[in-house]
Write a new protein. Sequence first.
Length: 334
Amino acid sequence: MSNKGSYIIKTLIILTLLIFSIFLVRSYERNREASQIGILMDTFVDIRVWGKDSDKALKESWKLLEDLSNKIDRFNPNSEISKINKNAGDYVEVSSDTLNIIKKAKYFAQITNGYFDPTIAPLMKIWGFYDKNYRIPDKKEIEDKLKYVDYRKIYIEGNKVMIEKGMELDLGGIAKGYLIDRIFEVLRKYSIDRAVLNLGGQVGVYGSPQKGDLWEVSIRHPRKDQDFIGRVFIKEGSVSTSGDYERFFIKDNKRYCHIINPKDGYPSNSVISVSVISKSGTEADALSTAFFILGKDAISLWKEKFSYLGLVIVFPNLNLWYSPNLEFEVESKK
């Protein structure tokens, strides 16, 4: 073989190795994982991110979560929500984040005819779901507190918010979903390949899974802690589940859960689990609460206004209803 031929072969080998090395580096960068687990707003948080800038995206996402939780956590005495509650009857200046989530809460309260209501706090208190001193209030006490549950009495002027005296805000029914949406914004900023978020049971999936086109998200069995009732197959978005197993107490063999109907002041009990699947975490979170309270009537509202969403309802006898637009697989009974 001539020297020229040998040189060409060596050059091709070097180029091939170089291209292969570049491919390996890019593949490694795409599959670089960064993760963090912790407790924020009394909620278990698990974030897993894959991509070239996964470390940066995770760091910024976690800082965002900490900043937002310090603003909207009603149990934090220094949060902006606490300031609004303490100064009921007067306007309180708030940040753009707090203003934004309150506006979204009002919006979802309006489109669900108040079945989702961020002013539910007075009722939550008398049932003992805040301090865990559970009790069944008498009818008069419930009727008295119902007067202070009305999302229409949240007033907004510019960047100031006011609620009427006697009222209190609780954004627990929408906060996790809002946080997921905000993290998605960070992930887009860093062109992250994929991510899985778990905020207190609400799941967010971003990008495309490593294998296949759809993410597989399991829905917890409402009566068996370690089992699942089924699984949904979705593209990027969020799955929010509201269930009577999250916070509850039992009195005289009857279960009372923390999801209270803003219309009558009593814990809802016509269904035991509702999951909403949406591209928006905020929407999924708020509507899973509203649909849980509505029970079987949620199917009619879904058909009327929300047929673009996925919906799974588990009834007390463990019968399932799920929307026909959803790719859903019932967990086989063992």
